[in-house]
Design a protein around this ligand. Structure first.
Ligand SMILES: [Zn+2]
Length: 487
């Protein structure tokens, strides 16, 4: 018996369970594509695939609905594979078994569930198989690789969709309708790690900063949380100027879309300055803990003696690096004037890495729902590093989706929501990327909205899907389809 058989609505939940069994990490989507095309063939539904691997399955209108406007329903087929340490799970081969836990569905093993965006796929399939749901012509678009680069949406053919209304099924809060998102760009700087020998009479230390709260560089950037690289750099900068500190190595942060949670450095200092350094460290630790006691209660700063390295970074390189990390903006740059509470523009100082013995690499990422502001902040960060003598590269970036106050699909969805549930939905934009910005670039007149049930802790092994929110999401989707106007 299927684990989710007891849940309503069916067959939506059973399709969700089936999709969980299909391994589909980003860029390894062959199996789910095969599942979809086999499904379409078996049901006699027309489908096409494009060069990027995206799949489009079409279904004609139900009787009496032929003259309605065509609606595109969109989800992404890939998922993020994350598991707890010690959990053995091969995301390329092993099925995920969903289980019910109270009000939630989660993965049986401590892995991501893939409800982002498996629940969107399941809703599309349930609609495609239905014979008792009234709808006009429907096109179900399944994109690949949303999670690591949106390459499916980037590469989507510009002549594959015929409809002009699109409902994206990839948002994560039932009761909230999304009508805009941020665009993004990454700025990457490289310093040449010129080395010199360690001055005689030096001692070496290692500083470790850990336990920060971190979070998503879009959703959490306005929460005032500490940035481990900034904290580390403040300490190094003061000690560089006052105690003749020399850096041997410096690292911090990990993914570009995460606020960095840890950072560390190995450095040397003349033995005569060690007492001053130690007392400054104690002072700095107290200040940091106090300043971030509300946002980062588990912050830890540790300083201990280390083995003396054979070389350190040249002081002029060190000076330029420290200065650039100090100058580099981090956090919210501007709030939206159109939607209250929405971050419009931000930047994340994400990581410092040593990819090889000769290079120090600094990664940052910028977001904005306004394209010109995105260019502006990305340029500002670029100039900070260029002025410090670093080589700078920028990603191509992806465009934002600016909210459209006259949107017909938003009006229809809001009115369906009020009628069904007796309350106003929240109409919002998010300060993170959705594929909608790219879809809009290909189809500039597309009228779009993004909806979904409630998901928590996505992209982590605690990912869970709220059972009650799924039926509301489904009812809303069906009512919206019923109310799409005639062409
Ligand atoms: Zn998603």
């Amino acid at each position: 018996m299927a684990e989710l058989e007891s849940l309503q609505p069916q067959p939506l939940w059973n399709y969700f369970e089936q999709i969980c069994h299909v391994p589909r990490p980003s860029r390894k989507e062959a199996r789910i594509i095969e599942y979809l095309t086999k499904f379409a063939t078996g049901r006699g539904l027309k489908f096409v695939t494009d060069n990027s691997g995206n799949v489009l399955i079409s279904k004609p209108a139900t009787p009496g609905m032929e003259n309605r406007k065509t609606v595109i329903l969109q989800s992404h087929v890939d998922m993020v594979g994350e598991s707890d340490p010690g959990v053995i799970h091969d995301f390329e081969k092993d099925p995920i078994y969903p289980v019910i836990q109270g009000e939630w569905v989660r993965s049986k093993k401590a892995t991501t569930l893939g409800a982002d965006d498996g629940i969107g796929i399941a809703a599309q399939i349930a609609l495609l198989v239905s014979d008792d749901i009234a709808h006009g012509p429907v096109e179900c678009l399944f994109t690949v690789d949303e999670e690591t680069g949106m390459t499916g949406a980037f590469g989507l053919s510009s002549d594959i969709l015929t409809g002009n209304i699109l409902i994206n099924l990839d948002s994560e809060d039932e009761g909230e309708l999304f009508i805009g998102c941020a665009g993004g760009k990454d700025t990457l700087a490289g310093f040449t790690r010129k080395i010199v020998s360690v001055p005689t009479g030096s001692m070496a230390f290692k500083i470790d900063i850990t336990g920060l709260t971190g979070g998503h560089s879009g959703d959490d950037i306005n929460k005032g949380r500490a940035n481990s690289i900034k904290l580390l750099n403040n300490f190094l900068s003061y000690s560089f100027r006052n105690f003749e500190l020399n850096i041997h190595s410096i690292t911090g942060g990990d993914k570009r879309n995460a606020i960095p949670r840890n950072a560390s450095a190995i450095f040397t200092i003349p033995s005569v300055n060690v007492d001053k350094l130690l007392s400054y460290f104690e002072y700095y630790k107290t200040v940091v803990r106090k300043d971030f006691q509300n946002t980062d209660p588990n912050i830890s700063l540790l300083l201990e003696e280390a083995a003396l390295p054979s070389e350190v970074i040249d002081r002029s390189v060190c000076h330029r690096l420290i200065q650039a990390l100090e100058d580099c903006p981090h956090g919210v740059i501007a709030m939206s004037r159109a939607i209250s509470g929405l971050v419009e523009t931000s930047t994340n100082l994400a990581s410092v890495k040593l990819p090889n013995a000769n290079t120090i690499e600094v990664a940052t990422s910028q977001r904005s729902s306004v394209d010109s502001s995105l260019q502006e902040i990305a340029n500002r960060v670029k100039i900070v590093f260029e002025s410090a003598g670093a080589g700078v590269q920028q990603s191509q970036g992806y465009p934002g989706w600016a909210p459209n106050p006259d949107s017909e699909i938003v009006r229809i969805t809001v009115s369906s929501y009020k009628k069904l549930f007796g309350i106003e939905p929240q109409v919002k934009a998010i300060h993170a990327g959705l594929e909608c910005g790219l879809l809009l670039q290909k189809y500039p007149t597309m009228d779009m909205i993004s909806i979904g049930p409630t998901l928590k802790d996505v992209h982590t092994p605690s990912e869970r899907l709220h059972i009650g929110s799924v039926s509301k999401f489904w009812l809303l989707l069906l009512d919206v389809l019923k109310n799409i106007p005639v062409e």
